[in-house]
Design a protein around this ligand. Structure first.
Ligand code: MN
Ligand code: MN
Length: 321
């Protein structure tokens, strides 16, 4: 079986229903290696809401992307992997805990069928739902988090335990991630409390701030990510505010002084040796985009880079066995 996207050399990109990268909708999970799933919940957002619109905004721009990665030995993603678009989790707007349960259920359907989920958030709280599903199958996973914020607060607004500011503390408490093999990359900017970064280290995460990332250099950081995750089942979560707001304005909580689009993609394309069991791109808030939709385009590009990472890792391990 092979699952191929619509060929944009034969049918123009603006024709048809825009699934992710013009892939077919999943009619069955049998034979699939991976699937894209929209997680359109922004019930955990504390500032610029609207990430509920991101899955379809990202899909609309993803029709621009092409199947071959010149950064990974010209691998054709869709010849290497069978990927389909699995639609969206049916969330309940305004009901954060119910959203998390629905997201967990939808992602578990993929994971339990051996399908690697590629999530499109949603605010960053959606990742907690995904991690619950992924850890139920793989045990506590190594987490690679690209984010200008730690998201390891205990509470946000009175006693609210579940929000875009808390998922990676909850994930440690619920034993969904193994912090000793996890890394947060890109933290920067002003803080509410002096402990906003050290609280992640106290939980066991390694933290690489934006400044440290540039001191270390991008190839060295890619090696560090590989060493830290150590071949364990790994979930990569990409919060779009990792990127400088000049390159990605359409986000919930923009943070000045981040990497450009080019620097971001250089890092993702340098990553290798990752045992990827799931990933997502979160926090895109399309209503804050300019008319060029550059944030959604970058979101689609980030997911396709993770697809080519998975494709090249699978090809490498097939060669070795
Ligand atoms: Mn975040
Ligand atoms: Mn963030």
């Amino acid at each position: 079986m092979s699952v191929l996207p619509t060929d944009s050399l034969s049918t123009p990109r603006f024709c048809g229903v825009p699934t992710f990268m013009r892939l077919p909708m999943a009619t069955t999970l049998e034979g699939l290696d991976a699937a894209v799933i929209g997680l359109p919940s922004d019930s955990g957002a504390a500032f610029r809401t609207g990430a509920r619109f991101a899955p379809n905004a990202v899909r609309a721009m993803s029709v621009m992307l092409r199947p071959i990665s010149p950064y990974r030995d010209n691998i054709n993603i869709f010849e290497a992997l069978n990927i389909a678009d699995a639609g969206d989790a049916a969330v309940v707007p305004g009901y954060e805990e119910e959203c998390l349960a629905r997201i967990e259920q939808a992602v578990a359907g993929l994971v339990n069928a051996g399908v690697v989920p590629f999530g499109i958030g949603g605010d960053h709280s959606v990742t907690l739902g995904e991690l619950r599903a992924v850890a139920a199958k793989h045990g506590p996973v190594a987490l690679v988090q690209f984010d200008s914020h730690s998201d390891t607060w205990d509470k946000y607004f009175a006693d609210k335990l579940y929000s875009a500011g808390t998922p990676f503390r909850r994930a440690v408490e619920e034993n969904l991630v193994d912090p000793a093999h996890s890394i947060q990359i890109g933290l920067r900017g002003s803080l509410f409390r002096t402990t906003d970064i050290s609280q992640s280290i106290d939980l066991g995460y390694e933290v690489v701030t934006t400044d440290q990332m540039f001191e270390m250099g991008i190839p060295a950081l890619a090696e560090r990510i590989k060493e830290r995750t150590g071949g364990r089942p790994t979930f990569i979560t990409f919060d779009m505010d990792f990127v400088d707001p000049a390159s990605a304005p359409g986000v919930q909580t923009p943070e000045a002084g981040g990497p450009t689009t080019r620097e971001t993609l250089q890092l993702l394309r340098a990553m290798h040796g990752i045992n990827l069991v799931g990933c997502d791109v979160t926090e895109i808030s399309p209503m804050y985009e300019g008319p060029g939709q550059i944030t959604s385009l970058l979101g689609a590009t980030v997911l396709s880079e993770f697809m080519s990472l998975l494709a090249s890792e699978r090809a490498r391990s097939a060669k070795q066995t």
